[in-house]
Design a binder for this molecule. Structure first.
Ligand code: C2E
Ligand code: MG
Ligand code: MG
Length: 721
């Protein structure tokens, strides 16, 4: 017992689950996996409605309204046919949002690719809706990935002024490429294509549950594809159709006194491997309910009533099973074990064979009661297997919830609290669980919508000061949200944009607006830099170079420089590409600063890997000064930065004592509340005007006849520039 416990704790929790959690993180960051899960989620409502329509049909049939029952049945067939198309369209929408492309063009491309593929695979293809989920998925991804590549190449080849042009041209080029290659494949490899199709349909024979072993593969087919959000049923729909027809004949023959009943039938699977939905998720629901502090109560309110009718999509996506290598284990294991037990019990005549066709959406115990010809044994076995399911799910649910509870604490950051834990990078969060991502992705979308409808974004600027003469030499643009009632929120909301991959939108917006503000209002100030925070997501966005070229097409006021702050508190993906991008930025005359150096996830190799002009030391260095070796440490860091010939700025200086120490450590630039807080543009303009007036006064004291009175920087330049 003790050994069993030890093995369970050490091996299951520490080793296996930990490893699986890490692989989940990698998966979640995979764009293709993301596209699949995002689009399969889109067909969830369709599946739910379909389930309800089937239930309505069964109720009508039972009540004797046969016409209505037939009508509902046909309606559900329509929904079934629609699912692949909806999926295909949703992949396109996902890609369009991700790459900020026109949704209409992406959808058109996705559908066109689907039509082309459909045509080459089947010479007689006439009915467009006669498509499978895998084909819809594959064509959506191929079409859109190709279009993305084509756009990138076109962008490299030509400096497009108009975004519309590139969209139209890449759309037609991609379509032409797909059509051309498909025709070549069709003409040159028709036989191979046919044998591939043949192989695919023969695969379905393997899953057809004719006997015990094939029955196992059918259980796996129904559960494993859920890892990618796919109902296994959709993959080989013909199996289900044939299986149902065969079972109907077998049962009706038996009722007519011919032959024996089969053990396996669709109802067998629905009874034993589908209680509460695929994966016997009724047990999962009970398990979640048993947890005292479950964060999923709200989810259960929606999914539990549906699970009574064996519809579990909200649960599968909400808890979730999709792309979750941990939860998929009990999700496959539970129905598999039920299959073994129920098959054995039926084989040994402990429970009777199924003698009635009952709809899959009938609540579990009623279905068992009816289909088994009112067998108490079958009912007891059902309850027993639900309990066994709970025991299997339990350690996995506990593990997931343990991770959720530590993470969820900062889900509602938008309450106005000033403390900022961002930037938040999921990849860097240890023990990160998919539950958090799923919930917070939806949460993030809601928050973004709320932000965008309840106010506007504005810019604040925080001055950076040269310590030798206390002059403002640069401004960092910092985004704020201003609600309709005037409340200004610090950028706690950025985490929502990060989660949804929309940081480039923020950074491009800030870049454009900060530069035009500088041009319009600060042209009097000279030898300044405007510093923009660039998130790692933006650094690998293929539009960056073009946007930068566009915003720099109009020159900055004389003596102004653009500076990008890249933060090291997020893990930079694609470091080689980032280094290339930074080099290109530098060639355009942009200074590169490394932000928050010395904070949480410091990686020293950034200093040598990337071309840098400036290092911004994080406020934690200032706070560290209170510790015994804090000052020495700071001095060593300054030395290090000097070796690599970078300017050094320290952030977050709040007191005069801190300033003294910072100065004696040899730092020349400072950004902190002691000098200036982040301020609205107008106030910064006033500061710059005062600074300029002082400069002019000093100069006029030296050379009284040259300089006239300084103009406020809110005025435009005399030459109108
Ligand atoms: P950051 O780039 O390191 O910006 C400096 C942050 O430190 C600012 O917080 C500023 O208010 C704060 N700060 C400056 N001096 C002091 C000080 O003396 N004491 C203390 N306690 N804090 C000080 P803010 O504006 O809330 O921004 C937080 C972070 O949000 C920024 O850190 C930056 O990473 C991100 N951020 C802000 N605006 C943007 C943006 O437009 N784009 C991107 N990508 N990130 C942004
Ligand atoms: Mg910054
Ligand atoms: Mg910083």
């Amino acid at each position: 017992m003790a050994l069993g416990n030890f093995v369970r704790k050490v091996w299951l929790h520490n080793h296996l689950l930990h490893r699986l959690n890490s692989s989940q993180i990698r998966l979640l960051n995979n764009r293709y996996a993301h596209a699949i899960i995002a689009s399969t989620m889109a067909i969830v409502p369709l599946s739910i409605v379909r389930g309800l329509v089937i239930t309505a049909s069964v109720i009508c049939e039972t009540a004797g309204f046969n016409d209505a029952a037939l009508w509902f049945m046909q309606l559900q067939i329509g929904f079934l046919a629609l699912a692949p198309l909806v999926l295909n369209i949703y992949i396109a929408v996902h890609w369009a949002v991700r790459n900020r492309l026109s949704q209409i063009y992406c959808i058109a491309l996705s559908i066109s690719t689907l039509m082309i593929f459909r045509r080459i695979l089947d010479n007689n293809a006439q009915f467009f809706l006669d498509i499978s989920i895998p084909m819809a998925l594959v064509s959506g991804i191929i079409g859109n990935v190709l279009q993305e590549k084509v756009s990138k190449i076109l962008l490299k080849l030509h400096q497009w002024k108009d975004n519309n042009n590139i969209t139209v041209i890449s759309f037609f080029t991609t379509l032409a490429i797909i059509a051309l290659f498909s025709s070549i494949i069709k003409l040159g490899a028709d036989n191979e294509l046919n044998s591939a199709m043949h192989f695919f349909s023969s695969l379905s024979l393997y899953f057809y549950p004719t006997d015990f072993l094939h029955g196992i593969s059918y259980v796996l087919l129904r559960s494993v594809p859920w890892f990618f959000g796919l109902h296994g049923y959709y993959l080989f729909m013909d199996i289900d159709v044939a299986f149902t027809a065969a079972a109907k004949i077998n049962i009706s023959d038996w009722h007519n006194g011919h032959g024996a009943l089969n053990i396996l039938s669709p109802v067998f699977y629905d009874m034993w491997c589908n209680s509460g939905g695929t994966g016997n998720t009724l047990s999962l629901i009970i398990c979640i309910l048993m947890q005292k502090k479950s964060t999923h109560r709200r989810l259960l309110a929606v999914s539990a009533p549906m699970a009574l009718f064996n519809i579990n999509e909200p649960l599968i996506f909400g808890f979730p099973i999709v792309l979750n290598p941990v939860m998929i284990i009990p999700f496959v294991l539970t129905p598999l074990l039920s299959y073994f037990v129920a098959y054995g019990a039926t084989y040994l005549d402990v429970i009777p064979r199924i003698s009635e066709i009952v709809s899959w959406s009938t609540p579990g115990p009623i279905k068992v009661w009816l289909a088994s010809g009112h067998s108490l044994n079958a009912l007891m076995l059902y309850i027993f297997l639900v309990i066994v399911g709970v025991l299997i799910y339990r350690p996995f649910v506990k593990n997931s919830l343990k991770q959720t509870s530590t993470e969820n604490t900062d889900l509602d950051l938008l309450t106005g609290e000033m403390k900022i834990h961002q930037p938040t990078d999921f990849e860097m969060v240890p023990n990160y669980s998919h539950v958090v991502e799923e919930n917070s992705y939806i949460e993030a979308q809601l928050q973004i919508e709320k932000l965008q409808t309840s106010g506007k974004f504005i810019l604040y600027f925080q001055p950076q000061v040269r310590l030798s003469d206390h002059k403002i030499v640069a401004l960092e643009a910092l985004i704020r949200h201003q609600s309709d009632d005037g409340k200004i929120t610090p950028p706690v909301f950025l985490k929502y944009y990060e989660r949804t991959g929309l940081m480039p939108e923020i950074d491009f917006w800030v870049m454009e607006h900060a530069l035009s503000y500088v041009r319009e209002n600060m042209s009097e100030a000279e030898n300044m830099a405007i510093s923009i925070n660039i998130s790692p997501q933006t650094l690998i966005d293929y539009r960056l170079l073009n946007v930068v070229r566009k915003v720099l097409a109009e020159p900055l006021p004389a003596g102004w420089k653009l500076e990008f702050e890249i933060t090291e508190s997020q893990k930079v993906q694609e470091p080689v590409r980032v280094a290339e991008v930074l080099e290109k930025m530098r060639n355009l005359g942009i200074k590169i600063a490394l932000d928050d150096f010395g904070s949480g996830y410091s990686t020293l190799h950034y200093l040598t890997r990337y071309p840098l002009d400036k290092i911004k030391l994080d406020r934690s260095m200032v706070l560290g000064l209170a510790k015994p070796d804090g000052f020495n440490f700071l001095k060593q860091v300054v030395k290090l930065c000097t070796v690599i010939q970078c300017e050094i700025l320290i952030e977050g200086v709040e007191t005069a004592e801190e300033l003294d120490q910072v100065k004696s450590a040899g730092i020349e630039l400072c950004q902190g509340f002691l000098f200036h807080r982040p301020l609205p543009g107008k106030m910064v303009c006033q500061l710059l005007t005062e600074q300029r007036t002082k400069e002019l006064q000093t100069a006029s004291n030296l050379q009284p006849d040259i300089v006239s009175e300084g103009k406020p920087c809110l005025h435009s330049r005399p030459d109108g520039a």
